[in-house]
Every structure is written in structure tokens, then in C-alpha cells.
Design a protein around this ligand. Sequence first.
Ligand SMILES: [Zn+2]
Length: 119
Amino acid sequence: MEQKLDLQKYKKLLLNERDRIELEHRVLSASAAEEGYELADYDNHPADAASDTYERTKDLAIDENYREILDRISDALKKIDNESYGQCDRCGKAIHPNRLRAIPYATLCIECQETLERR
Ligand SMILES: [Zn+2]
């Protein structure tokens, strides 16, 4: 018999994860902004200007990473609402509850994830 997932529990996990990530992102952005002010003092120095660009590129990558996770969380929340949560996007099988507890926004079962990573 197939066991039904306790969707409300996963919804709570997802909301907690979203709060945690948003907080973490805010803290990171704030410290990145501080670093930006320090670098601005050396604006006329070519080497520092280069590392400034590097830092900005790094910040953008972090932003993108967070946006992607937040997107996945909101997708997962939508899936909870239409009761398709916990199914693998690739093979349609149920994702193992242990995996969902660790990564509540996982969209692939462990087998598919490993197949994709091997490629
Ligand atoms: Zn799968």
C-alpha cells in the first residue's frame, strides 16, 4: 500500500526553509554591501577595480543561486496545493521521504538525480 505524504508537514518544512534562505541571503547581501564600501576607497587603483568586478560577479552568482532555490521552493509549494508534491519530475515515481526531509524542494528522485549527475 502506498503511504500518503503528510503534505502539511512538508509545507511547513518548505516555509521554514524559505525563511531561512531569505534571512541568509539578506545577511550575505548586507556584508557584501559593506565590502563594497571598503573597496570604493581604492577606486583609482586598477588592481582593486578588477577585484571589485570579481566580487560583484560573485555576488550575482550568489543571488542567482538563491533565486533558483526560492523558485524551486515556490514550485514545491504549488505542488503541495495541487497534491503532486513528492513526485519525481523525470520518472514520476515517488521521491523517498528521507530525501524530501533533507531537501524539501527536491524535484528529482535520487536515482534520476544520480543519472543526471553522471552525464
Ligand atoms: Zn526519478
